[in-house]
Design a protein around this ligand. Structure first.
Ligand code: F6R
Length: 242
């Protein structure tokens, strides 16, 4: 695992954007693993600007998102499909038919998870996987105590994650309690992984990820096992590192 500490969140996004640009230049048909949440939003804005400037193209790329809420269809404003369309896909030259997000309203969520794993394999595996980190150390929706060899499956969210994400849901909106998420094993299969974290509220989780024992108590610590994992943080998120 490589750790990169940068002065601020904009530098973190710029660094990640360079990585994706390099990946797409070296291999235009790259398979990208993408994430939602606040961590990648500046990165997505930078990707859009670079694509519009002609410095980056997604035209031959394929993408797989980490996760989706069970029970939300792609047109629900809080679904991760909707987030991705709004934050990135609708503004770049990617072929929407080659962007994959688990179907939150599939008849059988377990079958949908199996199908998702098969689609990733069929695409040749993920070249570069983007991650954020939860304050409890989760990656994707792999909450603490998830198996380090887990594959895409249905996971019940912890109270802490539901609380952290409640800011996105209105008072009268029912917030999902289950998700479909790539497993930790699925994430570790990616050829390269980049995890972004900014802000003091992520400092404890980053300490567990980078310096803690490799343990299911902190799912992100599994990245220590990956030869090509890069953890990119700002100074605030690095504050607890020794
Ligand atoms: C998002 C995801 C989550 C987030 C994590 C951090 O697709 O899988 O693991 O990356 O919860 O969220 P933010 O970036 O909002 O702090």
């Amino acid at each position: 695992m490589r750790l990169v500490i940068l002065p601020n969140s904009d530098d973190v996004a710029e660094f990640a954007c360079d990585l994706f640009a390099q990946q797409l230049t070296n291999k235009p048909k790259s398979v990208l693993g993408l994430a939602t949440g606040s961590s990648p939003t500046t990165l997505y804005q930078k990707m859009i600007s670079r694509q519009k400037a002609g410095d980056l193209s997604f035209s031959q790329a394929t993408s797989f998102n980490l996760d989706e809420y069970v029970g939300l269809s792609g047109d629900h404003p809080q679904s991760y499909r909707h987030f991705m369309n709004e934050q990135l896909f609708n503004h770049v030259d990617i072929d929407l038919a080659r962007t994959f997000v688990p179907n939150g309203v599939a008849d059988n969520p377990n079958d949908e998870c199996k199908r998702y794993e098969e689609l990733i394999a069929l695409a040749g595996g993920i070249d570069l996987q983007l991650l954020g980190i939860g304050i409890n150390g989760h990656i994707g929706f792999n909450e603490p105590l998830s198996s380090l060899s887990s594959r895409t499956r249905v996971k019940t969210l912890t109270k802490s994650t539901i609380e952290a994400n409640s800011r996105f849901f209105g008072d009268d909106e029912r917030q999902p309690t289950d998700s479909m998420t790539m497993g930790i094993g699925t994430i570790l299969d990616a050829r390269q992984v980049v995890l972004l974290a900014t802000g003091a509220h992520k400092a404890q989780a980053i300490k567990g990820c980078v310096e803690g024992p490799v343990s299911a108590s902190c799912p992100a610590s599994a990245l220590q096992l990956h030869e090509h994992a890069i953890v990119v943080v700002d100074e605030a998120a690095a504050a607890e590192l020794t």
